[in-house]
Design a protein. Structure first.
Length: 291
């Protein structure tokens, strides 16, 4: 692991993955700085250096990145953030940062999916920065926690909705696993990971298997209901997703779903399976009278 005299800068520390990265880094004793809009949302506020500012506040970042050796970047605004990620990376390398760990997305065929195309543009542009330091890309598949976006149907109707066939294998990854991988890379010597790009696919479960797991965890029958992709798309639009986000969540399918065999190596432990994640988040799916 890296020596603790290194300073690690985290952008996205209040995001679902960034907060896990922060947890892991603080537990390790690392010297951490976070750039956040809302300091009150930062976990471990007494153990980190907090800089208040927006992601695209390049002046604040420029003024505070000096002296740091590592940078972690995660942004939730998929298509609109890649230019900011590139600018932040250029500033960081120029300031002497030795390693950037960037949370991006699966590498899919050129321009097939806008939601991953923006990630790919950022990754390619950052990789092309002259005289840069190490650049590590993390490419997770669908987060298991995406199920929290459709809590109402599970809580109120005891139904999981999707457009996939009931027995269609689907790939998932726990945000806890993604955050732990990122933190371990940030704490490892830079030369171990170099310019690696890691695809992160954890558990593979069918819709029917997901329903069975939730049934066992919640101790009530949860069924799977397949609906047309366009109906699922409209539900995500109503929930506030963009066109590209709703399109992805309602229709993405990987015909070659294979777990990442190296993931437990990167984690230093077994993966967090769908079953384990569901039990960890049981309360989120319970009805008020069950809590």
């Amino acid at each position: 692991m890296a020596t603790y005299d290194e300073r690690i800068y985290v952008i996205g520390a209040t995001e679902k993955t960034g907060s896990v990265v922060l947890d892991e880094l603080v537990q390790s004793g690392a010297n951490v700085t976070v750039l956040v809009r809302s300091p009150e949302k930062v976990r471990h506020a007494n153990a980190v250096n907090i800089v208040q500012g927006d992601y695209d506040d390049l002046i604040t970042f420029f003024q505070t990145i000096s002296g740091h050796t590592r940078l972690f970047i995660v942004m939730s605004n998929f298509a609109g953030s890649y230019e900011t990620e590139i600018s932040l990376s250029k500033i960081a390398y120029a300031a002497g940062v030795k390693q950037i760990v960037h949370l991006t997305g699966l590498q899919l065929p050129w321009r097939n999916w806008n939601i991953t195309h923006a990630h790919r543009q950022a990754e390619q542009s950052i990789s092309s920065i002259p005289n840069r330091g190490s650049f590590v890309s993390l490419r997770p598949t669908n987060f298991i926690s995406n199920h929290l976006m459709t809590l109402d149907t599970i809580k109120n109707e005891n139904v999981i909705l999707d457009s996939a066939d009931p027995d269609e294998p689907q790939e998932w990854i726990s945000p806890n696993d993604v955050g732990r991988v990122a933190a371990r890379i940030l704490l490892d010597p830079v030369e171990i990971h170099g310019d690696a790009g890691y695809e992160l696919i954890g558990d593979v479960k069918t819709p029917s298997e997901r329903a069975a797991i939730l049934s066992a965890v919640l101790d009530r029958p949860i069924s799977y209901k397949q609906i047309p992709a366009h109906e699922l798309y409209e539900k995500f639009i109503e929930a506030g997703l963009t066109h590209y986000g709703a399109l992805w969540f309602s229709s993405y399918r990987n015909p070659q779903t294979i777990p990442t065999r190296s993931l437990p190596i990167l984690l230093g432990r077994p993966i967090e399976t769908w079953d384990v994640w569901a039990r960890r988040n049981k309360n989120a799916f319970q009805k008020p009278e069950e809590s």
